[in-house]
Design a protein around this ligand. Structure first.
Ligand SMILES: Nc1nc2c(c(=O)[nH]1)N[C@H]1C(S)=C(S)[C@@H](COP(=O)(O)OP(=O)(O)OC[C@H]3O[C@@H](n4cnc5c(=O)[nH]c(N)nc54)[C@H](O)[C@@H]3O)O[C@H]1N2
Ligand SMILES: Nc1nc2c(c(=O)[nH]1)N[C@H]1C(S)=C(S)[C@@H](COP(=O)(O)OP(=O)(O)OC[C@H]3O[C@@H](n4cnc5c(=O)[nH]c(N)nc54)[C@H](O)[C@@H]3O)O[C@H]1N2
Ligand code: SF4
Ligand SMILES: [Mo]
Length: 736
């Protein structure tokens, strides 16, 4: 094994690791002084990332060493206050209370929610599932259902491709719908320094088409930017499919050999003429034709949709049409080509140029109060507040929440707050006292990332969430823990919490190495019945998640800076003689929705409404994470909102004003800033700001989720409209 550290003085060392704040997993060098992490910088010795990091990665030491970091478990006392409790006592009490609740209401009164923090420590959610299964409840909810549920729902309807979508690197044209990978990293382009990768691709001749109402950091690198109205992506993609079919720019041999439903799709998009589509989306016809032709003429191309498209109406249709574009225009890896997703820490397989058949959109689970169902994207997270509040005897009474912050991420904050307060038991596991944690009956602090081991297998498995995500280079890295936990702390890893709870409840846990969600996985998941008399160590859990990997974990461990395993490179094989699967271009639900969207009148702004509100992410923070250590551009604490400078005057407002943004559901105060990269008529508000409503007087920040209305939820996934929301913008008393 190569040396993992370099000593620069007797008590200072620099240790290679990788950042787990987001799915880019950038390799980093951590400077450790007297056992404390003091600095994080990019790792220039690591392959493929050019030493890239962002402010969130560099803030890791500030998060670890934050003076208010909770180091002990907390329990709510009779006086309503949270007070320290040893973890063993906490586990005893939680086990007893869950047993008591399930005795009265059955196992389906207990649910788990895990959020995006699962990227930091994926074993936690796998153990949560193992524990819940052993308890007899199927109620495991994740952030995926309020992120991009359409990604897997559209794959269920369309089918997938065994060898996967073509890699970004191999494509001549690439379309990004509602994503800003230069800032958000995880969608739309390679995750290893996406700004640089996009620039290089355009320099070598790639046609880069970006559909976004804002001229984002990504759109600035595009060859075609369609700065369309928000909420019109389904219409836009239907228009692009229309042009490609009308002008014969599709690969008819591929379609004939691998797909069905072409004629029905062609008929359904026929009314989406360029003139209709351009008028609806508010762009020039020529621009639309140009973008569609550039895309259609490329021999190898890819489309990726992300949150902008997912939060807007008709998101399943948008994602479905993006898969149809892949099928029409050479988006899937062909026989003899380099395999785009060569598993390294996932099990080996021989990629084939053949379809996976579509599979049912709905699974078994149904929610009693709202009727929302489990779908290919998992359980309907956005339905949870109503399920808790209205479920009655059959409802959810206990929730364990790990690595998520529902108060600032679920729709309709007011309702979420009421729901969480009404629970008999709320356990929150997090790194710090989030808005959600403040409502917990029990709070469990988890170790920070540098205090645990990890491998890159979690981000490899992103390829099972939608098409064209995850690594297309055979890169892998392992990191041992870099620092010890703070002296005297009583932290519990997420996985340990569920193991020990299971032990106390007499449950036998089986860990399953589940990647993604149902269907379209090359190898069956590995399962590990756990010995309930000996708790696996953090390192052993990480080993289990890499079981059966193509490259043994021990081999990856030989390269502390990570390694590109060129030797796993392989070619895509031909179709198996036994394969009869076909890709579906005309799913009946989607064909019906195409007709419906074409009939719909353009959204009308009601009285006083002037703008459509869209989402936005910034480089300094990750959702609600990191606000306490980030260096904000504006230190006032208000939630920032952006408008085109021409939009201020008609509203009687000026940059720097605090204004009220009102949807039909709620209203929040924001601080306005001018941003001419926005399309006029659009206001973008950053998600993740704010705190509990009861603390509003202490914190001027407000959560944009207060404007989100569950009455407008998608009927398949339950995701509500979180973008293209009609709003009024009003001066606040005393500010105009
Ligand atoms: N209106 C509106 N709503 C939205 C969005 C939007 O843009 N607008 N975005 C949506 C999207 S895409 C998402 S993904 C969700 C995000 O929803 P959530 O995942 O619920 O919210 P986050 O703010 O990402 O919270 C992640 C939490 O995980 C914690 N954490 C990090 N690592 C660990 C760990 O190892 N263990 C434990 N126990 N905790 C850890 C962090 O401290 C943080 O509190 O919100 C969705 N909701
Ligand atoms: N720095 C940073 N990185 C992050 C996060 C973060 O908070 N900060 N969050 C992480 C999470 S949980 C996720 S899910 C990913 C999200 O990653 P992305 O999906 O790339 O998120 P955004 O950067 O908000 O980009 C969404 C884009 O959609 C545009 N948009 C809004 N509405 C519409 C619409 O109706 N149609 C179209 N075509 N575009 C629209 C917005 O202008 C915006 O530029 O980022 C992850 N990475
Ligand atoms: S982009 Fe930033 S937050 Fe994401 S892994 Fe890299 S350094 Fe960490
Ligand atoms: Mo997300």
């Amino acid at each position: 094994m190569q040396s993992t550290t370099s000593a620069t003085s007797s008590d200072t060392r620099t240790v290679p690791s990788f950042c787990r704040n987001c799915t880019a997993y950038c390799p980093i060098m951590v400077t450790v002084e007297n056992g404390r992490a003091v600095k994080v910088a990019g790792d220039f010795e690591a392959p493929a990332y050019d030493g890239y990091t962002c402010p969130k990665g560099r803030d890791i030491p500030a998060q670890h060493n934050h003076p208010q970091r909770p180091l002990h478990c907390l329990a709510r006392k009779a006086n309503g206050q949270l007070a320290p409790m040893p973890s063993d006592t906490l586990l005893d009490e939680v086990a007893r209370r869950i047993q008591e609740i399930t005795r009265r209401h059955g196992p389906r009164s207990v649910a788990v929610y895990y959020g995006t923090g699962n990227v930091t420590n994926p074993v936690g959610s796998a153990m949560a599932r193992a524990w819940l299964n052993a308890l007899g409840s199927d109620l495991i909810f994740s952030a995926m259902a309020i992120d991009k549920p359409a990604a897997n729902i559209s794959l269920a309807m369309h089918g997938h491709w065994h060898a996967g979508a073509r890699s970004f690197e191999s494509c001549e044209a690439w379309m990004i719908v509602g994503a800003n990978p230069v800032i958000a990293k995880s969608n739309g382009a390679p995750m290893n320094n996406p700004g640089q990768r996009l620039k290089e691709a355009v320099e070598r001749g790639m046609k880069l088409i970006v559909i976004d109402p804002r001229r984002t950091e990504t759109a600035r690198r595009a060859t075609h930017h369609l700065q369309a109205k928000p909420g019109e992506d389904a219409t836009l993609l239907a228009g692009i499919v229309h042009i490609i079919i009308a002008e014969g720019l599709y690969d008819s041999a591929f379609v004939q050999a691998n797909a069905e439903g072409f004629d029905a799709l062609a008929a359904a998009v026929a009314p989406y003429t360029p003139e209709h589509v351009a008028a609806r989306a508010g762009i020039a016809v020529e621009q639309l034709l140009d973008a569609a032709r550039s895309f259609g003429r490329a021999r190898r191309s890819g489309v990726i949709c992300a949150t902008g498209a997912s939060f807007s109406p008709h998101n399943n249709l948008t994602f479905y049409l993006s898969l149809c574009l892949n099928t029409l225009c050479g988006g899937w890896a062909a026989e003899g080509e380099d395999a785009p997703y060569p598993n390294v820490l996932l099990p080996a397989f021989q990629p084939r140029a053949q379809p996976y058949a579509p599979f049912p959109v709905f699974a078994k689970g149904t929610m009693p109060a709202t009727g929302f169902r489990e779908s290919a994207s998992g359980m309907p997270t956005a339905a949870l507040p109503d399920e808790i509040l209205k479920g009655g005897d059959k409802g959810i009474k206990a929730l364990i929440c790990l690595s998520g912050n529902p108060i600032l991420s679920w729709p309709d904050q007011r309702k979420t707050e009421a729901a969480l307060k009404s629970l008999e038991l709320l356990v929150v596991m997090d790194l710090h006292m989030t808005a959600t944690a403040k409502l917990a009956h029990y709070f469990v602090p988890a170790p920070h990332q540098l205090e645990t081991a990890a491998s890159t297998s979690r981000v490899e498995s992103l390829k099972y969430v939608g098409a064209a995500r995850g690594f297309t280079i055979p890169w892998a890295q392992y990191t041992a823990k870099v620092v010890e936990r703070p002296a005297g702390s009583d932290l519990l890893e997420d996985a340990s919490f569920f193991y020990r709870l299971g032990q106390r409840m007499g449950l036998k846990l089986t860990l399953s190495n589940t990647f993604g969600y149902r269907g379209h996985i090359e190898n069956p998941s590995a399962t590990f019945p756990l010995d309930m008399t000996r708790e696996p160590s953090n390192e052993e859990f990480v080993e289990m998640t890499c079981a059966g990997s193509r490259i043994p974990l021990a081999e990856v461990q030989k390269y502390p800076h990570g390694h590109v395993f060129e030797n796993v490179a392989m070619k895509v094989a031909g179709r198996e003689a036994s394969c009869t699967a076909r890709l579906q271009l005309a799913d009946p639900m989607m064909i019906a929705e195409l007709a419906q969207v074409r009939r719909e009148a353009p959204p009308e702004l009601q009285a006083h409404q002037t703008h459509l509100l869209i989402s936005r992410r910034i480089n300094q923070v990750m959702n609600s994470v990191g606000h306490h250590v980030a260096e904000p551009a504006d230190k006032s604490g208000y939630t920032p909102a952006h408008l085109h400078s021409a939009d201020f005057k008609p509203l009687g407002l000026a940059p720097g004003d605090v204004a009220m943004v009102r949807s039909r559901h709620g209203a929040i105060q924001v601080k306005l800033q001018a941003d001419d990269s926005l399309r006029p008529g659009v206001i973008s508000v950053i998600h993740g700001f704010g705190g509990l409503l009861q603390d509003a007087a202490k914190n001027p920040g407000r959560s944009v989720t207060q404007l989100v209305d569950m009455d407008e939820a998608d009927s398949i996934s339950g995701i509500p409209r979180m973008s293209a929301i009609p709003v009024a913008i009003e001066a606040m008393a005393g500010t105009a």
